[in-house]
Design a protein around this ligand. Structure first.
Ligand SMILES: Cc1cc2nc3c(=O)[nH]c(=O)nc-3n(C[C@H](O)[C@H](O)[C@H](O)COP(=O)(O)O)c2cc1C
Length: 224
């Protein structure tokens, strides 16, 4: 599966089959995650065969079923907390799309997991950002409502093809409660992204959308 197919086919999946993730798939995911950590300075880990992370009332209210694997987004935030959240979004989604290419399904979760239990596995001095459910989904999820490119582009005039491809891919990115509170434009000849409007977890969303834009357009995006 190409990265573009992964972007197209990825949807949030909350119910999983009771099948362990293949060992060779784990190895590839772990290696990829290590590369993301080296690049980002984050400490992202993957928990396998551990139902505790989603053993909570919130998770069952949220229709999560049989989540036994999850990605833990954590690290030392440093002074710039917004940059930490952005990086968690960007690299978390990079791993999500790689997992999709390996035949897995995912769901980002800021709220509907067992925070107390997940915090126990985060080393002292590190901050837990959020977690991502992972596994072989009961289904592949479904297409949801989305804003249009015109809703999220603030530059005037016609868009070059690569820019439109980037924006269309960003509109397929997951955002908290599907809020899509981001906007794209051009700044000094380069594509740029910023938050548009108020909402929860908009910095993480921004990182996720930026990764989709870059993967589809092949251009680095400036964060405003
Ligand atoms: C930062 C972030 C936090 C999220 N938190 C939750 C959550 O706590 N519980 C949940 O069920 N879904 C959560 N989601 C999933 C969104 O509801 C979902 O991505 C959105 O509705 C778009 O649907 P899609 O992922 O199928 O494209 C979260 C998504 C993101 C990006």
């Amino acid at each position: 599966m190409t990265i573009m197919e992964a972007i197209e086919n990825r949807h949030s999946v909350r119910a999983y089959k009771d099948i362990p993730i293949d060992m060779d798939v784990r190895e590839q995911l772990d290696r990829f995650t290590e590369e993301c950590n080296a690049e980002s300075g984050l400490h992202i880990t993957i928990q396998y065969d551990d139902p505790d992370g989603f053993d909570s009332r919130l998770a069952s209210y949220g229709n999560f079923r049989n989540v036994k694997n999850y990605i833990v987004l954590a690290g030392v935030p440093g002074r710039d907390k917004n940059d930490f959240r952005f990086r968690c979004g960007y690299y978390g989604e990079k791993i999500v799309l790689f997992a999709q290419q390996l035949g897995l399904n995912t769901c980002w979760t800021a709220l509907t997991f067992n925070k107390k239990k997940v915090k126990e596995i985060v080393p002292p001095g590190e901050t837990l950002c959020m977690v991502i459910a992972l596994g072989y989904g009961e289904t592949n999820g479904s297409v949801r409502k989305s804003k249009s490119a015109e809703d999220v582009v603030i530059s005037k005039g016609t868009m070059p093809d690569w820019f439109r491809d980037g924006v269309e891919a960003a509109l397929k990115a997951p955002t908290a409660v599907n809020q899509q509170k981001f906007a794209f434009g051009m700044k000094d000849g380069d594509p740029a992204i910023r938050i548009k409007g108020m909402g929860m977890h908009t910095r993480v969303d921004l990182g996720i959308a930026a990764y989709h834009f870059e993967a589809a357009s092949g251009k680095k995006v400036t964060v405003l």
